[in-house]
Design a protein around this ligand. Structure first.
Ligand SMILES: *Cc1c(COP(=O)(O)O)cnc(C)c1O
Length: 417
């Protein structure tokens, strides 16, 4: 084993990992297209897009080229009082492609931070309107919005990954997704009960990702928008996972034909190359912060906000969405997974098989031995990482049919045992 691996591993702390018992992480030395190259010469077909980021595959020459070019010109400059061309170009482009009058972009570096920003914006929006009492949030069971403190507060901490911190985070208001008339009525009642306290509803549109890849119909999202309007609270849609095509449309909320008041984006924003996120707001939200005295200004500013390298990568990623048929590729992936994963339905221990856009999920009746499954997948030359009771695929959109088949066949064979 390399010394960089053995020496470094003594000092690094891995995410969501019991360091005492976890198997050793794989050493990746390169990546190209849908393939991860390991230090020992093996290659794995990637089924996850590195936590849903690398939608154009790894090391896409157009993105790498844009980063190199920007690195030579200027990697970064602070955004306080200074702006850079990639950031302004990206702001304009995001305003153009997001629905409705989502026109004003606030940049940050991670998804969780964009959620914190959206929440702070919602609170200050009401304060600026003279309603300082609105400091609470309504979110949904099964939801996940990030790992920072307030993002945890609006994530489901019962079944989620934040159970330990249940006593630490402020108690927010949880409801069930309004998937039927009774639940719609329940949501309405909760909002009525907390009227005057709630700043915003926050939701993951169409797919609750880290909460277990649970899907809901566009109609449900529409009902949430209607409830927000009726009770006069803002709607934040967290499209950090769903944004940029994953559910079959560029943004999930397009399928419900709704416009949130604030939209959070990250993950696939730079095509998996660099950390970057954005909270994008509608005109009426932005206008609430305009005033002749500075008291209404939005008080937030991450150090690396609008990072020129990250924004250059994001612009390059958007170029690829323009130049290449990504939505058609997503449809093809969807159709192929629909066809090939259905065979898992017959395996004992499988509870459900479901597909939405470029997300394929095999849900098991019980939580499997994650380490054993992961190992079996690696032996078959694929990178698939089950969590909870699901085994899922979120492949890069450029994956070829043969490679996707290797992923679906591996799932079938490993689960069949
Ligand atoms: C990943 C994710 C986040 C958190 O983003 P980070 O970049 O990990 O902070 C928030 N919301 C959703 C829906 C996510 O999938």
């Amino acid at each position: 084993m390399n010394t960089w691996y053995s020496e470094g591993l003594e000092h690094v702390w891995l995410p969501y990992t019991q360091m005492k018992t976890a198997s050793k992480p794989l050493a990746v030395v390169g990546a190209e297209g849908v393939r991860l190259k390991l230090d020992d010469g093996r290659e794995l077909i990637d089924g996850l897009s590195s936590w849903w980021t690398a939608v154009h595959g790894y090391n896409h020459p157009h993105i790498v080229g844009a980063i190199k070019k920007q690195a030579e010109a200027m990697p970064h400059v602070m955004m306080g009082g200074l702006v850079n061309k990639p950031a302004l170009r990206l702001a304009k482009r995001l305003a153009d492609i997001t629905p409705g009058d989502l026109n004003r972009v606030f940049f940050a570096e991670s998804g969780s931070v964009s959620v914190e920003i959206a929440m702070k914006m919602a609170v200050q929006y009401w304060k600026n309107h003279g309603q300082g009492g609105r400091t609470r949030f309504l979110s949904f069971y099964g939801g996940y919005h990030g790992d920072t403190t307030m993002a945890m507060a609006v994530s489901d901490h019962e079944d989620g990954m934040h159970g330990v911190f249940g006593d630490f985070v402020p108690g927010e208001i949880f409801a069930k997704l309004p998937e039927d008339e009774m639940l719609e009525k329940a949501l309405d009642e909760i909002l009525a009960k907390h009227s005057g306290e709630v700043a915003a509803i926050i939701t993951e549109p169409l797919v609750q990702g880290a909460g277990g890849m649970v899907f809901h119909e566009a109609e449900v999202l529409k009902k949430i928008r209607t409830a927000a309007d009726k009770h006069n609270v803002l709607l934040i849609t967290d499209e950090i996972f769903t944004g940029f095509g994953r559910t079959g449309s560029m943004f999930a909320c397009e399928q419900a034909r709704i416009v949130p008041d604030i939209m959070c984006l990250s993950k696939a924003l730079t095509g998996g190359a660099l950390p970057l996120s954005a909270a994008i707001v509608r005109e009426h939200v932005y206008e609430a912060f305009l005033d002749d005295d500075s008291g209404k200004a939005f008080m937030h500013g991450p150090t690396y906000m609008g990072n020129a390298l990250g924004c250059a990568a994001a612009n390059a990623s958007l170029d690829l969405f323009d130049a290449e048929p990504r939505l058609e590729q997503i449809q093809a992936i969807s159709d192929q997974m629909e066809h090939e994963l259905q065979y898992c339905q017959n395996i004992r221990g499988v509870k459900d098989v479901r597909i939405k856009g470029a997300i394929g999920v095999v849900e098991l009746k019980q939580t499997p031995d994650h380490e054993a499954l992961k190992k079996a997948f690696v032996e078959k030359g694929v990178w698939i990482r089950p969590f909870g009771n699901i085994v899922y695929l979120t492949p890069p959109y450029i994956i070829e049919a043969d490679d996707l088949s290797q992923l679906t066949v591996a799932i079938h064979e490993v689960l069949k045992g």
